[in-house]
Design a protein around this ligand. Structure first.
Ligand SMILES: O=C(O)CCC(=O)C(=O)O
Length: 306
């Protein structure tokens, strides 16, 4: 089964207000020790190419013995490869919380991202996720970023510029990994918009916490300057369940899954996590157990399988 996450079952007005005011909201302690340990155990396995399902993730940056030791390790759509990650990434409660914060009627998983920033690993440039989504209509996303270590400023935690979700959208950054100055694009954008950016908030929370951020919010992370703190996290990028492919070019992962002449984002690749009309992709629960996506006959109400 995908995980039930009690701490996310009731998103209140305060959380919604913070999300819309600042562009992000922090919710601490959503995962217990066993789940944190299980997810951490997946990291060395998947980066070594040991996949539960035998299926490669959609993106795989960093391999032992081949890649530079000081860049942030990064993988996209590891839920297709690792069933522990799938149990988190396909949780109905994460989808429901995303819907409660955004006001969207239903939520699909667009992609997960696995982030592993060991000591001495370099920065991830500040950016807006929505810049990458021109190929979707509407081009909107919301992210749940889950911590697997206690996050610390000096260990390259994620950081947010409060209120920056109201700034104009900028193009995809050219220097995503290991930029010379990871805040430079953000400052240039603020200047162009005629705003003085508020100081970035560096997230310092216990392992097993999460932060939801709007796709328009400027965020990224500095270098891990600590001697021995690992920074492992999982970002779940979600989209509206009624989003379709636009006619604009691009979409280097998502577009691979477009059927010819059909703008729909097929649930086989973009499962519905939760919707206010009771739709949830039926194969999710069985997939989380046995790694098989079998055709099912109908929608499961409230997150069960049929
Ligand atoms: O973990 C990081 O350093 C960056 C995370 C990020 O950009 C995201 O999940 O959208």
């Amino acid at each position: 089964m995908a995980w039930t996450i009690e701490a996310l079952s009731d998103i209140g007005a305060c959380a919604r207000e913070a999300f819309h005011r600042d562009g992000f909201v922090i919710i601490e302690n959503i995962l217990d020790e066993d789940r944190i340990a299980a997810l951490r155990a997946s990291f060395p396995r998947i980066f070594a190419g040991d996949f539960d399902t035998g299926v490669y993730p959609d993106e795989w940056h960093w391999r032992e013995g081949i890649s530079l030791p000081d860049v942030t390790r990064h993988m996209g759509n590891a839920w297709k490869s690792d069933l522990t990650i799938a149990r988190l990434a396909l949780s109905a409660d994460i989808g429901r919380a995303a819907a409660a914060l955004t006001g969207w009627p239903g939520i699909k998983l667009g992609q997960d991202t696995i982030w592993w920033k060991p000591p001495a690993a370099k920065a991830v440039t500040l950016h807006q996720d929505t810049s990458f989504l021109d190929f979707l209509s509407p081009p909107r996303t919301v992210t749940c970023w889950v911590t697997l270590d206690e996050t610390r400023a000096e260990a390259g935690t994620i950081e947010y510029v409060p209120g920056s979700h109201h700034w104009p959208l900028t193009p995809i950054p050219a220097d995503f990994h290991a930029p010379d100055d990871y805040r430079a694009n953000m400052r240039t954008s603020a200047e162009a918009a005629g705003v003085t950016p508020r100081p970035p908030v560096r997230l310092e929370v216990p392992a097993g916490s999460c932060v939801f951020h709007a796709g328009e919010t400027w965020h990224g992370s500095g270098p891990n300057t600590s001697a021995e703190i690992q920074r492992r996290s999982i970002g779940l990028h979600m989209i509206r369940y009624d989003a379709v492919f636009s006619d604009n070019p691009g979409g280097y992962i998502y577009r691979r899954y477009q059927r010819t002449g059909d703008p729909e984002l097929d649930e086989s690749f973009f499962p519905i996590l939760w919707s206010d009309d009771g739709r949830r992709t039926p194969w999710i629960e069985a997939y989380c157990e046995n790694g098989q996506r079998r055709a099912a006959t109908g929608y499961a109400k409230g997150g069960g399988s049929v």
